[in-house]
Write a protein that binds this ligand. Structure first.
Ligand code: AQP
Length: 337
């Protein structure tokens, strides 16, 4: 089985990214041949700073390895190192409709929040589709916020195949049973997010333990004292139950039973400690890995080579089926005497 997922080197990664992204990458890599892509071309669809992008691309590589991706087993690469990806996106844009892209909720939400809405932000899901489809991926581990984009890429693959002949594998999304959508601790109606969340409500993977404890302690809870998973009635408490479940592996029922009638104070304290216990070793591994930049670059170069070799045949097949003429014969490029 082929597994593919991408993650943006935008901003500091948070507990939601861990739950829907990193955690799933580490577990799904056991199930087949996995590719994890640092999608830097996606990062330029919103306001960005080139120097920060350079730095955070390597930060993210270190975080992927720190959260358990094994470079011997899986391929980690940077999207811009593989020109086939944006090339494939252009080809796929011929089967993506304007109306369909307009309906993407992530686009609508992000567009609403900014004055300058780049064309890239609009066509982003087509690039995401190319990322996955060029690698013939069967499985795409992602968080809940990516459901619509997964549906779109499945649609594009099917439409391409119907129009030009069987070429692309139609992938399936894999969403975690718990923690598929971690919410902001201060505004639990909103997902925890890099660009749209509150600073106090967003637990960063590199936050020091005392900051994590403080953020969890001041998390918004709901009326009553009951620790019960009910996202409609109790969004704040339900989110904390999900977080505790992600951090410890305990079921919702076990958590509910344990804190029954104890009230929110001890519960929030334990969630804070569980998140510290989860993230502390990750932060330490991250610090070690991030300090060795030549090694990170070496691993990314190996990843890029494997990724190029995997994506190229699919791209060539798309090019061929779409009727583009390929150059033939030997072109003499030697300078004249
Ligand atoms: N709150 C979340 N709960 C669970 N999973 C989440 N993911 C993101 N937020 C949550 C998952 O993290 C993976 C990598 O996401 P990304 O960094 O590439 O960007 P994103 O999905 O746009 O999420 P962000 O980090 O919050 O950024 P913005 O603010 O730009 O929306 C994905 O699998 C995603 O589902």
């Amino acid at each position: 089985m082929r597994i593919f997922s991408g993650i943006q080197p935008t901003g500091a990664k948070h507990l939601g990214n861990y739950s829907g992204g990193f955690r799933q990458y580490a577990s799904t890599q056991e199930e087949g041949e996995a590719f994890f892509c640092i999608v830097d071309l996606h990062s330029i669809t919103v306001d960005f700073d080139p120097e920060t992008l350079r730095r955070s691309t390597l930060d993210l590589a270190a975080m992927l390895f720190a959260t358990g991706i094994d470079p011997q087993r899986s391929t980690v690469f940077v999207q811009s190192h593989v020109p086939a990806n944006p090339y494939g996106a252009w080809l796929l844009s011929s089967v993506a409709s304007y109306g369909q892209l307009q309906r993407m909720t992530q686009f609508k939400e992000k567009a609403e929040r900014r004055e300058f809405v780049s064309a890239g932000l609009f066509t982003y899901p087509v690039l995401m589709a190319a990322d996955v489809l060029l690698y013939n991926a069967d499985l795409v581990p992602v968080g809940d916020d990516q459901r619509q984009h997964i549906e779109l890429m499945r649609d594009l693959a099917q439409r391409f195949n119907a129009r030009f002949g069987e070429t692309l594998v139609v992938p399936e999304g894999r969403f975690p049973a718990e923690g598929a959508r971690i919410m902001d601790l201060q505004e639990p109606q909103m997902k925890m997010s890099t660009t749209g969340g509150t600073p106090q409500g967003t637990v960063l993977l590199l936050d020091p333990p005392e900051v994590i404890r403080k953020k969890l302690k001041s998390a918004v809870t709901d009326s009553g004292r009951e620790v019960r998973h009910d996202p409609e009635e109790k969004p704040g408490v339900s989110n904390l139950i999900e977080i505790l479940s992600v951090a410890t592996g305990d079921s919702f029922a076990d958590i509910e039973a344990r804190y029954d009638a104890q009230g929110y104070g001890p519960f929030k304290k334990d969630v804070g400690e569980a998140v510290v216990a989860l993230l502390d070793p990750i932060r330490q591994r991250y610090d070690e890995l991030r300090a060795d930049e030549p090694e990170l670059r070496r691993l990314l170069a190996i990843g890029a080579e494997k990724a190029r070799a995997t994506a190229q045949p699919t791209l060539e097949s798309m090019i061929e089926k779409m009727g583009f003429v390929q150059p033939q014969g030997v072109v003499d490029t030697a300078p004249s005497p």
